[in-house]
Design a protein around this ligand. Structure first.
Ligand SMILES: C[S@@+](CC[C@H](N)C(=O)[O-])C[C@H]1O[C@@H](n2cnc3c(N)ncnc32)[C@H](O)[C@@H]1O
Length: 276
């Protein structure tokens, strides 16, 4: 049967119409100022930062950051924590990430000994993994008994890094997958609420005008002019979005922050959890 609908066949799409800049390391004062500014308009990044600031504050021992990209949340780790960043060998070609202190690996098995880490961190990675069950089993294998998994996934986020963005997970799916992998005490927290999502989506319409990509120079200048006029509206939406992150209601959200444990005698301190 031939394609019959007069619209684009999205199964053949190989890129995005607009892509925000990829994350950069967050180490020098200049990088930190830029990251701070970005978090005010990028509600996904801001809400993840807010949750991880709480969840990572009490971790100890070795933290394994899987799919670490540019390691944007590494500065939140307390002093004395040993950090190990690993990423898929396709990180550069598919995502634009390549850094010297990252271990790149191919295949499904992580290059980490079993029961050797205290915490596995995986931010905005599980939606890019074709076999999430195998990924979570690796996390379980690498954790010491009682060790913890801290993970974030997007929910109301646009399709990104096309075509390497495969899934959106609900809390029910996350609970099922984690339990199947052997985790217990699974907690899933919303990041934001319907008002945050509305602000985020409205900002997503305006940001490509302020930072136009592609097209002709004249077209980009025209879009930028409209975008600059919309800056006051963008600022109001950013304010509403950031304030809305403080309340916990509704069945829509930007994404989820997930905490779970490998069964064992002692659990990690961070199980006191994430507060809205
Ligand atoms: C959207 S980026 C997130 C990067 C970083 N964690 C962050 O929060 O900015 C997705 C990351 O997942 C990694 N990734 C994709 N498939 C993977 C897999 N099977 N195992 C481990 N990492 C994977 C990519 O290489 C990329 O670095």
């Amino acid at each position: 049967m031939e394609a019959i609908l007069p619209r684009t066949n999205k199964a053949q799409q190989q890129g995005e119409h607009w892509r925000p800049p990829v994350f950069a390391p967050n180490v020098t004062p200049r990088q930190q100022r830029f990251a701070h500014l970005r978090r005010l308009v990028d509600l996904q990044a801001g809400s993840i930062w807010n949750d991880l600031r709480v969840a990572l504050a009490t971790v100890r021992g070795t933290v394994l950051d899987v799919g670490c990209g540019a390691q944007p949340y590494r500065p939140l780790l307390p002093q004395g924590v040993q950090y190990v960043g690993i990423d898929n060998a396709d990180a550069k070609s598919h995502f634009g990430y390549q850094f010297p202190d990252v271990i790149y690996f191919s295949g499904e098995t992580w290059p980490i000994p079993s029961t050797s880490v205290d915490v596995v961190l995986a931010t905005e990675t599980l939606e890019h993994v074709l076999d999430p069950q195998s990924f979570l089993s690796q996390a379980h294998r690498c954790l010491r008994p009682g060790g913890g998994l801290i993970m974030t996934v997007p929910f109301a986020a646009r399709w990104h890094f096309v075509p390497y963005d495969y899934w959106r997970y609900t809390p029910s799916a996350l609970h099922y997958l984690l339990t199947q992998a052997g985790f217990q005490n699974v907690a899933v927290y919303s990041r934001g609420n319907p008002l945050t999502v509305a602000s985020y989506k409205a900002m997503s319409l305006l940001l490509p005008l302020v930072f136009p990509e592609g097209g002709t120079l004249i077209g980009r200048v025209g879009l930028r002019a409209i975008g600059l006029l919309s800056l006051p509206l963008l600022a109001v939406l950013a304010l509403i979005g950031n304030v809305s992150l403080k309340s916990d209601w509704g069945d829509d959200c930007l994404g989820f922050t997930v905490i779970a444990h490998r069964p064992g005698n002692s659990t990690t301190d961070f199980e006191s959890g994430v507060t809205p």
